[in-house]
Design a protein around this ligand. Structure first.
Ligand code: XMP
Length: 514
């Protein structure tokens, strides 16, 4: 059964993902598409959802600029309900015959909206609502027949609807938490205006995904690169349920793993999966990295060696199908958004299919957000230690060792990381953090040890809070925890004389150091 769904047209707004996630919290499927999608492309979404309505997102442009993103006008003829937010609100007014002008000053922050008509998207709201605005243009006149539903002191047309009651515009952002009843507004749109049923539920997703894998693989064999992280683990367990011992899971020990990682994978997954292959390829990886300092080259080399090793195993087991744990934000980040920049070459197994011959690549989690994957994992009975795991990058400790990777440095980075993890978990701060780890720098500095001069390495501690890793804030941690970690690292790892704490947000820094 296809779920009912809403397409979010992306005009470059920073809250696009948030809109889709909020709608999914209402158990309605939602997918982001580029703002310049045409009517045929929208119709094609019907292949996997019953498209019930459109949300036009915010964005940085001004509708009256010649280069501003537009909407394919034929979309207006589809008869679908539409909700324009911020730029989307202005674009709808502009396209349908209203007027949008720059304001004298931008408005940014909380505003009090007077609800003139509590109908449609605004049904059930009080006379005054706290909303969050961020705009430099505004609608100054409406298309004929449209009515104003709300105003603020400085924005007389803050919400509108068309005569049919299917098209709405909100100058504020209902998707951010600062808009007090934002969820109620989205709920009104999704259920009352679009008539969606709340049928996007993970308990329904699981049998659908299992059936999809079964159909795709038929009587064949499939292989998956298991990293031990939540996405590939969940995919593997779904696949094991679908095809049993025709699944081969391959864990490649790159020699760049955290302490205890290989044992963890063997302990947890030999129980959950039928054929677990643990391949020790540490020497191959470290050999290929010898003398290489440039972070992008390191990432590329690791990707290549990974493919080489994986290809070898795939040939041995004779697998015709490849399973991957790609999730929704991975797809969006790698090109579904038209204006995104490449920051670094992310290594996951996404590079594999272009080089390898498989009958098909199967990505059962391709439509899920991370929190949805966690829910699926829980429902599949994966243990907490898998579900709550912090993400670990494919290139492993190599991107946490600045400069050349040597066996000695891997050992230091691994010990320091184990201390950080252990202390953070014991202190009970780990659960609130997206990631927490150690980075080994390639500068050496002076210290004292037992009244003697010491000259050694610097370790940086990185700990961040984040929702999707696209932005992150450094964590404000208790000093005594940081002190304990620094003391243990310098005491237990004689090569290290100094420990620093990274207090940079993302942006401008990234989470990993390389
Ligand atoms: P950055 O460093 O770009 O990281 O802020 C964002 C998130 O992605 C993880 N990361 C990776 N994950 N392969 C992965 O599977 C990679 O090559 C890779 N590089 C970074 C990082 O740990 C963080 O969660």
């Amino acid at each position: 059964m296809r779920p009912d769904g809403i397409a979010v047209l992306d005009f470059g707004g920073q809250y696009c993902h948030l809109i889709a996630r909020r709608i999914r919290e209402l158990h309605v499927f939602s997918e982001i598409v580029p703002g310049d999608v045409d009517a045929e492309e929208l119709k094609a979404l019907e292949g996997h959802m019953a498209l019930k309505g459109l949300v036009l997102s915010g964005g940085p442009a001004s509708v009256y600029e010649p280069s501003a993103p537009r909407l394919d006008k034929r979309i207006l003829d589809l008869g679908l309900p539409m909700l324009g937010i911020c730029y989307g609100h202005q674009l709808l007014a502009h396209l349908l015959g209203g007027e949008v002008r720059p304001r004298e000053a931008a408005e940014y922050g909380i505003a009090m909206a007077r609800i003139i008509r509590p109908v449609g998207v605004l049904e059930g709201l009080g006379p005054v609502e706290r909303v969050w605005m961020s705009h430099k243009d505004q609608v100054v006149s409406l298309p004929s027949g449209f009515e104003v539903l709300a105003e603020t002191d400085s924005c007389p047309i803050a919400a509108f609807r068309d005569p049919s009651g299917l098209i709405y515009g909100l100058q504020w952002h209902p998707e951010v938490v600062h808009t007090q009843n934002g969820m109620k507004m989205l709920e009104n749109f999704v259920f009352k205006i679009c008539g969606c049923r709340a049928n996007w539920r993970m308990e329904d997703f699981i049998p659908r995904a299992i059936e999809e894998i079964r159909q795709a693989v038929g009587p064949g064999k499939a292989i998956i690169a298991l990293s031990g992280g939540i996405d590939s683990s969940t995919t593997a367990v779904l696949a094991a349920k679908a095809i049993g011992d025709r699944l081969h899971a391959v864990f490649i020990d790159t020699g760049l793993m955290r302490e205890g990682e290989v044992e963890y994978v063997k302990r947890v997954f030999s129980r959950l999966l039928p054929n677990l292959h643990v391949v020790d390829a540490g020497e191959e990886f470290l050999g290929a990295l010898r003398g290489v300092r440039d972070p992008e080259r390191k990432r590329r080399i690791i990707g290549e060696v990974f493919i080489r090793v994986f290809e070898r195993v795939a040939r041995q087991v004779g697998a015709e199908y490849l399973l991957q744990g790609t999730i929704y934000p991975d797809r969006i980040e790698s090109g579904a958004r038209r204006f995104s920049e490449k920051i670094k070459t992310h290594h996951n197994v996404a590079g594999l299919p272009s080089r390898m011959e498989f009958k098909a690549v199967i990505e059962p989690l391709r439509d899920l957000y991370k929190d949805e994957v966690r829910e699926v994992a829980r429902r599949l009975g994966l243990p907490d230690e898998v579900v709550e795991r912090q993400p670990f990058p494919g290139p492993g400790l190599a991107v946490r060792i600045v400069g050349e990777v040597t066996p000695e440095k891997v050992e230091i980075a691994r010990k320091a990381d184990a201390i950080v993890r252990g202390e953070f978990e014991r202190a009970g701060v780990a659960r609130g953090l997206w990631q927490y780890f150690a980075v080994l720098l390639d500068t050496r500095t002076t210290g004292v040890r037992g009244d003697k001069r010491a000259y050694g390495y610097v370790v940086a501690i990185r700990a961040v809070e984040s929702k999707e890793a696209m932005t992150a804030s450094f964590a404000k941690l208790p000093w005594d925890l940081l002190e304990r970690v620094a003391t243990r690292i310098t005491n237990e790892i004689p090569e290290v004389v100094r420990v620093v704490y990274d207090i940079t947000h993302k942006p401008p820094a990234t989470i990993e150091w390389e």
